[in-house]
Ligand binder design. Structure first.
Ligand code: DGJ
Length: 728
């Protein structure tokens, strides 16, 4: 058991393979946090708790004349607002008296093998977990909080969540209910955040913690392109290969807050959860509110070690369904090939050209339903436009299948166009505020997904389409952020629940659809990677990484994404040049190498390619299939700092047995008189000998990792090298 409990000492110690997390029931029954870091066995670490009198840090009422105890300086598991802690709180509750106040004290525990689940919310699951439940109570109001801890020993993962229950007799209002409160005694850390915009998601930024609050957040109703709900706190000296790193990933897809606060004493508090600014939840007597999960990971071996642990945990304990392990097809998507301008014949022509090259699935993207020849109409009408297709979906599927490919389709369930039969029939089904005009984005409105009638309509209409034909894949898109977040089915006093209820509704629909169609591969998408988060990965084992398909740009986007998310989840395609987003031209070879650091596919009109290009595509597909398990299940190593080095990018996949590897290199910005590149590999066996692609070279792991590979400079920008490396 990874959880060690000493009831006499009130000590709860969570051990993973290389970390320890310790909780102590402290003076007056407060639930305190003593330590999180490299593994320490058999110690009560509560000697670390501060005992000091600080002016202007108040003392809880029952501390009497003891001025040395204030919640303002005690490290805590779940800090509340109102009772002497002035730092960012995890929980803020308004009681029947109208005052914002909660005072939580220890009220018992439970511990068991296995992982807790969260009703209606995504969460990590599976074998290898142990669960600790700590009960805290506010005796004055009857508010009971159950802190949930899931310990996945072998991956150095600790998950946290909470249940907040009104066991009193009067209604309570939750004004904030975060998922994580994690206190560190010092502030000598850097914080990694991942920022961006549409077509430029998850750009890493490393900032030394300043005094005050360093936060990233989203008020967009989605996790967003702009900031990702994943952060890393690391030692100032931490590198890819050394140093303590703490990852925190929110398993949630709506508005969120992630923040590091350095307080007056130089201590650090991390908080993470549903964004409190737009959240308010009424908790009637007997009601329980479930707080989303946060996944903590620790690595004492630097950032690469952190990514490896998270990659494995998400691959094996978050992604679900058949395609968690089954090989996913190499696909060709119609979007950048034909946009809205297609019929069955055009799609079958693409399928026919793609089949001999090894491509396995054709995705018919946006434009096949309702009245949808551009992005101004049709959303919500999930009825096949047989006139446009010149036949039924079943007929198209049959023709594509005859070419040897599966057929996939695009949907955007959460949206409605004003010019649609759905909107004309149910104008109140969208999020709106009575009397106020609805803001448009991509000329569409957002359905109120918290409503069960909306969910039922979408389930029925989309299921009818999926049942009508042999559909192997669905791309689930979401192309605008939320405004006028009001629901026609909630009373005025509960409108603060609309945003979270919306996300719960999205999850409910995803759960029902994916359960009803277990053989369909679902890919997430939100204008590219606008909802690339751990919550979505519970329903869709891959997510379209970005609408920017330019290989040079993807080097940066996929580099940032790799810190927190496994390669098997990163949707990545080869597209045409000049690239549609940047106008840049990169070699087809390079586009293939870059797209292979993800769920590989194409997004161009293969029927227009030259014979030479088709041969290149065929070779790429064959190489990808040969290395599928290595890429998708192996360890991924960042061999360059793409943000700091402008001249090249390199990365490596290594098999778990360390007997195979795939080396990838792109020369970014060619320099005159360049001496070439020497790149050290990682993760190999020092004593083993390896054959390096078609170079004729064989080298020991020690040489490859110590001295490295040598690559001469190439003429021009964006040349690529890809070598399969095998132990001999
Ligand atoms: C945004 C997606 O990211 C694109 O790949 C494409 O599916 C369009 N939406 C279609 O409208």
């Amino acid at each position: 058991m990874s959880i060690v409990i000493d009831e006499n000492l009130g000590l709860f110690t969570l051990h993973t393979h290389s970390s320890t997390y310790q909780i102590k029931v402290g003076p007056y029954g407060f639930v305190l946090h003593t330590y999180y870091g490299p593994r320490i066995d058999g110690e009560d670490l509560s000697y670390l708790l501060p005992r000091r009198s600080m002016s202007f840090s108040a003392n809880p009422a029952d501390t009497g004349s003891d001025r040395s105890f204030s919640m303002d300086s005690q490290p805590q598991e779940y800090a509340t607002y109102g009772a002497t802690d002035y730092r960012e709180s995890a929980l803020q509750v308004t009681g029947p008296d109208g005052a914002a106040y909660a005072d939580l004290r220890y009220d018992g525990f439970e511990c068991c093998a296995g992982k807790y689940g969260l009703e209606g919310l995504p969460a990590l699951y599976g074998e290898g977990f142990d669960t600790l439940k700590l009960y805290l109570i506010d005796a004055h109001t009857g508010l009971r909080v159950t802190l949930l801890y899931g310990v996945l020993e072998q991956e150095d993962v600790i998950t946290r969540a909470a249940l907040i229950e009104n066991r009193g007799t009067a209604p309570l209002s939750l004004d904030r209910a975060l998922s994580l409160c994690l206190d560190f005694p010092t502030s000598d850390y850097d914080l990694y955040t991942f920022h961006g915009r549409h077509c430029r998601e998850r750009i890493p930024q490393r900032t030394p913690l300043p005094h005050g609050k360093l936060r990233v957040d989203s008020l967009r109703g989605a996790s967003s392109h702009q900031y990702n709900p994943f952060i890393i706190l690391c030692d100032r000296s931490a590198s890819e290969d050394a140093g303590c790193c703490y990852g925190a990933s929110l398993v949630y897809s709506g508005s969120f807050l992630a923040q590091a606060e350095v307080d007056q004493a130089g201590a650090t508090r991390l908080v993470m959860g549903i964004h409190p600014d737009t959240f308010r939840w009424s908790l009637a007597p007997g009601d329980v509110f479930t707080v989303p999960e946060v996944c903590l990971t620790f690595s004492g071996e630097g950032l690469t070690g952190l990514s490896h642990r998270l990659h494995r945990a998400f691959r094996d304990h978050l992604c679900r369904g058949k395609f968690r392990t089954a090989r996913r097809p190499v696909l060709i998507n119609s979007w950048e090939a034909v946009y809205f301008d297609f019929d069955s014949d055009k799609l079958v022509e693409i399928a026919r050209s793609a089949a001999p090259l090894g491509v396995e699935l054709l995705v018919m993207d946006d434009g096949w339903f309702g009245k949808r020849d551009d992005d101004n109409s049709g959303l919500g009408d999930w009825v096949v436009n047989e006139k446009k297709l010149k036949g039924s979906l079943a007929e198209l599927a049959r023709r594509v299948n005859e070419c040897g490919l599966g057929l996939g389709i695009w949907i955007e369930p959460e949206m409605v166009s004003e010019d649609s039969d759905l909107y004309r029939a149910h104008p109140d089904w969208c999020l709106h505020i009575p009397g106020r005009a609805g803001s448009r984005s991509r000329n569409q409105l957002v359905l109120d997904m918290g409503r069960s009638d909306v969910q039922d309509y979408l389930l029925a209409s989309i299921s009818d389409v999926l049942r009508s034909a042999n559909i192997a894949y669905v791309k689930w898109d979401m192309n605008r952020h939320l405004t006028e977040v009001g629901s026609a089915v909630l009373p005025a006093g509960r409108q603060g629940e609309a945003g979270h209820r919306h996300i719960l509704g999205v999850y409910r629909l995803m759960d029902r659809l994916t359960a009803a169609f277990p053989d369909i591969l679902f890919e997430g998408c939100s204008g590219g990677g606008g909802r690339f988060d751990a919550g979505m990965l519970y329903y869709t084992p891959q997510i379209w990484c970005s609408d920017d398909t330019d290989a040079a740009e993807r080097l940066i986007i996929q580099y940032g994404t790799s810190f927190g998310y496994p390669i098997s989840t990163v949707g990545s395609h080869v597209s045409v040049c000049p690239n549609h987003q940047t106008g840049r031209t990169t070699p087809l070879r390079t586009r293939g190498v870059v797209a292979m650091a993800g769920t590989f596919g194409y997004e161009l009109d293969i029927s227009r390619m030259s014979e030479e290009e088709k041969q290149e595509v065929s070779a790429q597909v064959a190489l990808y299939k040969r290395n599928y398990t290595l890429i998708n299940q192996g360890d991924y190593y960042r061999l360059s700092d793409v943000m700091a080095q402008s001249d090249y990018a390199a990365w490596l996949f290594v098999s778990p047995a360390q007997d195979r590897a795939l080396f990838n290199f792109v020369q970014r910005y060619a320099q005159a008189a360049s001496p070439g590149f020497r790149i050290r590999l990682k993760g190999l066996k020092p004593q083993a000998r390896y054959r390096i692609g078609d170079t004729g070279l064989t080298l020991s792991g020690a040489a490859l990792m110590g001295a490295g590979l040598y690559l001469p400079p190439m003429d021009g920008d964006y040349g690529a090298v890809q070598w399969e490396i095998e132990e001999i």
